[in-house]
Design a protein around this ligand. Sequence first.
Ligand code: PAN
Ligand code: ZN
Length: 190
Amino acid sequence: MASGNWPQGVRIDPVTGALAPETGHYTKRLSELRHIFHDAPALERAVAQQADPVVYDVAEYRQPDSDLYFGTTTIFPGTVGDEYYMTRGHFHERPDAAEIYSALHGTGVLLLESRTGENKIVEMTPGVTAFIPPEWAHRTMNVGRDNFVFLWACSPTAGHDYSQILKKGMRQLLLQRDGRPELVPNPNWS
Ligand code: PAN
Ligand code: ZN
């Protein structure tokens, strides 16, 4: 049911990902992403030497009694060792919960992995919208020198299951090789 001053337009700054208005926001710093990046010593060095940098920001717009919400994710440019700044990555808990990601700014990569181990990558530049099917894990990386910003939209009851990727990792890593992204099998995947 409509309440307050919605329906309304939400302004998105494509370069910073800021939403106006927003109903929620969080930031992930490097120290909160231990076990996501494969080069643990490089991570600890960056935390100490770069004052625990912000890796990504998430802003959201949510309203009650609705089966859709949306937001933006802004991944800042950077690397940890030879890995690009990236999100944690997750499956949705609900087996029918899909999502869309639409690139707004910068250059990113969406890494997808199904429950049965198939992999897909989608190069995310402005103009590209990716459909994330149910039961596919999804993680995004910033492979450029500028902010990578994307819009996402899914069900507020999709649920986020981080446990499998935290425990096992994803089967593929996207590494910076000769200044360019290259997909390689994850030697630590278990
Ligand atoms: C996105 C992600 C967001 C941050 O809103 O949650 O990009 O990524 P992690 O949650 O994997 O750290 C989304 O996919 N929501 O379902
Ligand atoms: Zn998701």
